[in-house]
Design a protein around this ligand. Structure first.
Ligand SMILES: [Zn+2]
Length: 145
């Protein structure tokens, strides 16, 4: 096995890669490199978390996952592998919600929060969900300023 300086393992796909948050030679790299080798793996992690917190549906999660690189799936961390299988299974079993209230053209597609905003608008949220949505809205508002 070749020597990898500052070796890290991707939290999702467990691929070895080089990164150190304290070394100048990596300072031009995004900070998510501390946990993931590729942007795709970072997105997968993000999707799994949002799905776990009921921020996005299995269908939305699946849609995003379809844009990610799952070619190394068999080597993925077993925990996340299980989550991904659940998402894919649920997206297949549960029929997609009809999104008749959403006017796509009015949505400002300006950042990664678009999916979340859409979900909040269309979802018939129970009270615990509403609380999560409020938190999310506040967070988004701050971030958008
Ligand atoms: Zn990875």
């Amino acid at each position: 096995m070749a020597y990898i300086p500052h070796e890290r393992k991707c939290m999702i796909c467990r691929t070895s890669y080089s990164y150190c948050p304290h070394c100048a030679e990596y300072s031009d790299q995004p900070t998510w490199r501390a946990g993931f080798d590729t942007e795709s793996c970072r997105t997968i992690y993000d999707v799994i978390n949002k799905y776990r917190l009921n921020i996005i549906s299995a269908h939305d999660a699946k849609e995003i996952l379809d844009t990610c690189d799952l070619s190394n799936f068999e080597n993925f961390d077993p925990v996340y592998k299980g989550d991904l299988k659940n998402i894919i299974k649920e997206a297949e079993i549960i029929p997609e919600q009809v999104e008749d209230n959403v006017e796509e053209s009015n949505d400002v597609v300006d950042n990664e929060n678009t999916v979340e905003k859409k979900e909040i608008k269309t979802m018939d949220a129970p009270s615990t969900m509403q609380k999560a949505d409020e938190l999310l809205n506040n967070k988004n508002r701050k971030r958008n300023k």
